[in-house]
Structure formats: structure tokens, C-alpha cells
Ligand binder design. Sequence first.
Ligand SMILES: Cc1cc2nc3c(=O)[nH]c(=O)nc-3n(C[C@H](O)[C@H](O)[C@H](O)COP(=O)(O)OP(=O)(O)OC[C@H]3O[C@@H](n4cnc5c(N)ncnc54)[C@H](O)[C@@H]3O)c2cc1C
Length: 386
Amino acid sequence: MTNNGLTNTSVLISGASIAGPALAYWLRRYGCDVTVVEKAPALRPGGQAVDFKGATHRTVLERMGILEDVRRLRTGGRDQTVVDADGRRLAVIPGEFTGGEIEIRRGDLARLLYERTADGCEYVFGDSITSLTETDGGVEVTFERGAPRTFDLVVGADGVHSNVRRLAFGPESEFVHFLGHYYALADVGLDGDPAMYNEPGRMVSLGGPKAPAFLVFASERLDYDRFDVDGQKKLLIDAYQGGGWRTSEVLARIPGARDFYLDSISRVEVEHYSRGRVVLLGDAAYANTLGGFGTGLAIVGAYVLAGELLAARGDHRTAFARYEEGFRDYAAIARKGNAGPFLAPPSALRMRMRNWMFNSTLMLRMMLKLTDRFATGIELRDYSSV
Ligand SMILES: Cc1cc2nc3c(=O)[nH]c(=O)nc-3n(C[C@H](O)[C@H](O)[C@H](O)COP(=O)(O)OP(=O)(O)OC[C@H]3O[C@@H](n4cnc5c(N)ncnc54)[C@H](O)[C@@H]3O)c2cc1C
């Protein structure tokens, strides 16, 4: 199906990870002129494993014609053992629990979406928006490197620390709520079966589904430079001093670690998804770090946002209002929960309770059922007939 209902509508999307290219796919299919601007110099490869769960995610991927490709690229989700300081098994986390129904590396998914959209859309890497000025007829945009341009609409699909949200909505501190934990991902070159170790308020996971080394720790809010990787490595090493199991081995390799990334576990809450001709999508609008729903929300959100623009024949006021109305309840899952205390329980008792849950088939089944209910809690409109 090709529906050119949005011909002559120009849209600038900031962010070429998951939400941005997914939206680009639909907008291009509906006839828009799409430009995607990405701060990184090229498509960012690798990254953590993300997942899809349940019939709604499957349906959207199917409608995009990529379900089989996503399945082909799946990681195969492995079980992970929870161990004590001597490496003895305490519990097993089934791959199904951490990896959903189809687990895929974020970078592989981003590449797939990019490849499906690169022909019809303009991708600009290594640039970033510096100002947005709305006029009656569009949004005047200036860039760090490129010449100023005007677009009908601008979409912020640029993640938790969204640049578009900052420029159009206000400072990050108003929308990003720190949840008392930090996480780090790194490739430290240590092999072994997937294992996870806890001490109160600290977790170290090696060979697991998310990354070669994945660490979560409880902390007060830390003051650090988001772009100073060496400073962040030092901060992580300080936070894990005296840790048991293989912690010292991991810490020794952190200074030379590849693909190092550290950030807070945070939740994004915006009162409205749009301001005039500017709208937010994905983590920029409704992130809950490590909550397990971000990728599904990005994919389904892109489908709904593009579909509502098509249904409203490009009338952004109507479309953005319907996107918010139709999506807010579904995205409410991002306002609940905090993965921090679950991954790094604050006490020995809470660690035992969490491990008991992993060992209880009944509890796991209940949690998977609940997850499925959240992931399928939206009635997908079929925009092919509008
Ligand atoms: C460790 C970890 C594990 C996760 N596990 C899961 C999981 O199991 N299941 C799940 O569903 N989700 C998971 N997620 C969440 C998932 O990665 C995101 O929700 C998903 O990628 C959707 O993100 P997005 O496209 O909205 O933003 P992001 O993936 O954050 O992408 C934002 C993009 O914007 C770019 N950008 C940033 N600033 C600018 C700028 N100024 N100008 C232009 N571009 C810019 C960035 O470089 C990036 O490419 C996990 C996340 C992490 C960190």
C-alpha cells in the first residue's frame, strides 16, 4: 500500500536510532519529504539488546514489512545465572524474561530501519539543531554545521537527553526525573557464561543479554560531564570499590574498555507531547531507562504519530492531539516502575526476594503475563484505509 496523502509536507526528525528511522519509514511511505539529522558522525553500531513483546509490536513490525528481518537478526536470548560471591548459583533468569519475545541488538535494529529508509529520506550525520523558530508557515531551523532550513514539522526522536525537547519545551531538569541509580555498559573482553552478581545497591553482570559487561548501582545524583568518558570510568571504578565476585577483574579492565557508556536510570515525563509544530517521539517523550518497554513504545509511537498525520491530512494540530490522546495511556507504563532496585536490590533481604521470584515459575509466568498486557494495551488503528 502506498498512500501519498502527505505529499509536500516536509518533516525534520532529530535522532537516527529507533524512533527516528521508524517514523521516517511511515512518513516517507505517506509521501512526506523526510530529513533525519543525527549528531553522531555515522549510524551508531552495537549497543544494548532491546526487545519486542506481544502481538501489538509484532503487528506493527509486520505492517512495516520487517518482522522477518527482525527475527533473522534476533540474539536468541540466553538464560542468565545469578551467583553469589563464590560464583555459586542462586537463581536463573530465563532469557524470555529479559529478552522478551524477540530480542535484537539496538544497533542491528537501527541499521535495518536505516536501510529501509535511506533511499527515500535524506540522512544528515554529524550535525545537530541549534535553534527552532516557529512561524505561521513552518519551523525555521538552524544547525551546528548545515545551512538554515525551514520545515513544516520537526520531530524530537533524540532520546532521553533530547535536544529538540530542550530547545522547544525547556531545560532537561523539568522533564527528566532521576530514579536513584546509574547504569554502565562496557566491553571489557571477559568471557564466560552469562552471570549476574549482587551486593546491596550494586549489580555486575557479565556475558549477559544486555551487554558484555552491564553494571547498575544505587547512588545520590552525581555531578559529571556526560561527554567525558574517562571521567565516567573513574566514577564507576569509585562506586564499585571493595566489590566481591569478579568485580576487581572488571574494574581493572574499565580504563581500557571499549563501547563504554554510563548514564542515570531516569524517567521522562512531559505534560504534552507537542508544542506547535514540534512533537516528541520515543525516549524523548516517554523513556523509562531499562524499564523494558522503550523500543516497543518507539515503534508503536512512530506508527501512531505518522498514521494520525495521514488521517488528519497533515493538519498537525489535530494529528498531534490524536497521537497524544491515543498513545498516552499506552505509554503510561513508562511512568511506572524503576528497574534500579530490581537489578540492584538495596538489601540482602530484597536480593533474596528478587531471586526467589526468578526461581518461582508461577511468579515468572505472572510477570510475563503482566508484561504482555502492558505491551498489547492499545487498539491499533488501521491507517491503510484512511
Ligand atoms: C542498557 C539498556 C537496555 C535496554 N533494554 C531495553 C529492552 O530490553 N527493551 C526495550 O524495549 N528497550 C530497552 N532499552 C531502551 C531502548 O534502547 C530505547 O527505548 C529505544 O532505543 C528507543 O529510543 P529512541 O530512538 O527514542 O532514542 P535513542 O535510542 O536514545 O536514540 C536517540 C538518538 O538521537 C541521537 N541524538 C542525541 N542527541 C542528538 C542531537 N542533538 N541531534 C541529533 N541527534 C541526536 C542519538 O545519537 C541517538 O542516535 C534499553 C536501553 C538501555 C540503555
